[in-house]
Design a protein around this ligand. Structure first.
Ligand SMILES: Cc1ncc(COP(=O)(O)O)c(C=O)c1O
Ligand SMILES: [Zn+2]
Length: 407
């Protein structure tokens, strides 16, 4: 049995195919490339029951991942994050079957660890020595740290307003870090120039095919954790859209393997009201989005004015009869508090947005009474200490407390 059943790369726009044995960025037509596996052979060699007892990390799915040699795997133990019920919050929003896939419980504190683990591993396998990427913070932090573990030099460019901790995480790894007075799209232009000038490997979102394979494992895990029964709805905070494309790809591959049956879950792309290009495109029934001018949101990870893979996000939504929802910053901050006080989970602002969307879709009847609903919390709240301010009384040594009354 092979470690990976990767067969080749293909273009979802023009169907061109490429070898996975040398570094490849975009298709000649400019589209991102996706990874194809020999699923027929894999299905003959492996059954889902064979996974039982494997490591509780995303590498338990190594046959469905692109790294050919186990020795090239760069790992910090990422994956198999908790899928937990949210009964009190669910009652509050009238969703009896509400679940949270908690991506805060992972190295570097966000789901970006998945894309970094798989992307860096494959880059190492292909002999990459130095990579560069623009980021809204979390991805840069994850790639810088995983690159360090894999012995690869990294150059990271992020907006100066990106969460400060991600700046520190990148810097402490020894990365070549720059801040830009602008958005991720501005960071992207700078990286593109340096890639051209210095021949660096471009690890920008979807400009290499392997990050998506790491994020795909969220979909694989949800299916396995639900005993191979798919939920009805999955909500995902969408910026570059890699996660939602990955989850769609995962569930489609599992269906082809016959490991899951029935309709795919309706996929919901959740965006911020101040940056909602996918929502606008979906509302207009378009296949691609338009650049969102002057984008702004406190949920920094989803401040992406135009995603390279927008057409793939929209396809995932259309194909699964999903939808796209925009959420205001005030509402997600309110929800963040609610989730912590009702369920004890301190989620990131992007994660909180998915719960606001679930609440609204239930109110509108789009989410039905008995639907099994999974909301993705893509990172831990403690990575964003500044989004939440508290006013706490300071006692003199001689003072005493007033008993708290839970409202
Ligand atoms: C916490 C968090 N959630 C969601 C996203 C959006 O991710 P994607 O590119 O998969 O849409 C990001 C991206 O930076 C993020 O940091
Ligand atoms: Zn193409």
């Amino acid at each position: 049995m092979k470690y990976s059943y990767i067969s080749h790369l293909y273009c979802p726009k023009c169907n061109n195919t490429y070898s996975h044995e040398q570094t490849k960025q975009l298709c000649a037509c400019g589209s991102p490339l996706l990874v194809e596996y020999d699923l027929d052979q894999l299905g003959r060699d492996l059954s889902k029951e064979d996974l039982v007892g494997r490591d509780a990390s995303l590498w338990r799915y190594h046959e469905l991942l692109p790294v050919s040699n186990e020795k090239d795997v760069v790992t910090l133990g990422e994956g198999m994050t908790p899928l937990i019920t949210m009964p009190t919050l669910g009652t509050d929003m009238n969703i009896a079957n509400l679940w949270m896939k908690d991506e805060g419980i992972i190295p570097t504190g966000t789901f970006k660890a998945r894309g970094a683990a798989v992307g860096v591993s494959k880059a190492k396998e292909l002999g990459v020595k130095e990579l560069a990427m623009p980021t809204n913070g979390n991805a840069g932090a994850a790639w810088a740290l995983y690159a360090a573990r894999g012995g690869i030099q990294s150059t990271i460019v992020m907006p100066k307003d990106a969460p400060k901790i991600t700046r520190n995480e990148s810097a402490v790894s020894g990365s070549n870090l720059y801040l830009v007075d602008g958005l991720i799209s501005d960071a992207g232009k700078i990286v593109a120039q340096s890639v051209e000038e210095f021949g660096l490997f471009d690890a920008s979102t979807l400009k290499e095919p392997y990050r998506i394979e790491g994020k795909k494992t969220m979909g694989l895990e949800i299916a396995e954790q639900m005993a191979w029964k798919m939920p009805d709805v999955i909500l995902y905070p969408t910026g570059g859209g890699v996660g939602i494309i990955g989850i769609y790809k995962a569930l489609t591959e599992l269906k082809k393997l016959g490991w899951v049956e029935g309709e795919l879950p309706r996929l919901v792309a959740v965006q911020a009201e101040g940056c909602a290009p996918i929502v606008k495109a979906w509302e207009e029934g378009k296949a691609e989005s338009q650049f969102w001018n002057d984008s702004t949101t406190i949920a920094f990870g989803i401040n992406v004015p135009k995603a390279l893979g927008d057409f793939l996000v929209l396809e995932a939504i259309y194909q699964t009869k999903g939808c796209a929802v925009a959420v205001e910053d005030e509402a997600l901050l309110e929800e963040q508090k609610k989730i912590a006080s009702l369920e004890g989970a301190f989620v990131c602002p992007e994660g909180a947005a998915t719960f606001v969307a679930a609440r609204r879709l239930r109110e509108q009847g789009w989410i039905k009474d008995r639907d099994v609903v999974v909301a993705l919390n893509t990172g831990m709240g403690i990575k964003y200490p500044d989004t939440f301010s508290v006013d706490v009384p300071i006692l003199q040594k001689s003072e005493s407390i007033i008993k708290a009354i839970k409202s």
